[in-house]
Design a binder for this molecule. Structure first.
Ligand SMILES: [Mg+2]
Length: 272
């Protein structure tokens, strides 16, 4: 199996951020901003960054495929690429576009490399601080070259994280509204990549997700997994990026994940 040199990805992310992203932070023109489906915000920067990453990453591994958030919008069938090729890049050119557009600091570039059904490497880069977090399957998670060590487990009552309140089926929607009262604090960054970053660092504890776009979660799940955290669907099975599923819990400990699932089961039992 091929392993890509982290320094190569670092310089690609650094270059694209310096050339295409940073000059436009708090400096976007209105004609650079658009809406997908009249709803989700997208800028010409998202598209340029994704095109650049498509071109440069695809050169690093012969016959690798590429899936990007903005390409998907034009052609949803690109998700078939996970079944077509052994190596596939998954990219979110700017995670937290809305923050970026509004001059808020929480946004990131996210890249993951998968091989068949496995996530083998991933990178999340914050252009403004130049912080890079990366992980390789079974080799741990690193921030700016330093290995991240597993942080202490927290109980559910002491934990802070985010919960998606949209896109659930009716039954899960009710469960989620009751579940939210069991945590210390619920808040969201508007950039799931920055949340994954802080889950790894122990600055927050978990995220509970419904709509699972692969570019939003493949990179962060590997970072959390390799730093000693845990990811599972409500059926307790690990995250499967190539299967359609509408729920996921990612947290910095397996104990917390299981505690959350236990709560979900209790709520479902009480309201049956
Ligand atoms: Mg994005």
């Amino acid at each position: 199996m091929e392993i890509v040199d982290n320094d190569k990805i670092k310089s690609i992310m650094y270059d694209v951020s310096k050339k295409n992203i940073l000059p436009f932070f708090r400096n976007l023109k209105s004609n650079q901003i658009n809406y997908k489906n009249n709803k989700d915000i997208v800028t010409s920067i998202d598209i340029e960054v994704e095109n650049y990453l498509n071109k440069t990453l695809s050169q690093l591994i012969k016959k690798s495929n590429f899936i990007g958030e903005e390409l998907y919008f034009k052609n949803p069938s690109i998700l078939d690429n996970y079944n077509k090729s052994e190596y596939c890049w998954t990219v979110d050119p700017i995670d937290g576009t809305s923050n970026f557009v509004n001059g808020k600091k929480k946004f990131a570039i996210m890249i993951a490399l998968t091989f068949k059904k496995n996530i083998i490497q991933s990178w999340i880069y914050k252009p403004l601080t130049e912080d890079l977090m990366y992980a390789t399957n079974k080799k741990g998670t690193y921030i700016n070259g330093h290995k991240v060590f597993k942080i202490k487990n927290k109980k559910i009552v002491n934990s802070t994280g985010s919960i998606s309140f949209k896109y659930w089926n009716k039954k899960d929607q009710n469960t989620i509204y009751i579940l939210k009262n069991n945590f210390k604090k619920i808040n969201s960054y508007g950039s799931i990549g920055c949340e994954y970053f802080d889950i790894v660092l122990g600055k927050r504890d978990f995220t509970i997700l419904s709509k699972l776009s692969p570019w939003d979660h493949i990179p962060g799940v590997l970072l959390v997994r390799e730093s000693g955290g845990a990811d599972c669907h409500f059926d307790k099975k690990r995250y499967k990026f190539n299967k359609k599923c509408k729920n996921l819990i990612v947290s910095n400990s397996k104990t917390l994940n299981l505690e959350i699932i236990k709560k979900i089961e209790e709520i479902n039992h009480d309201y049956k």
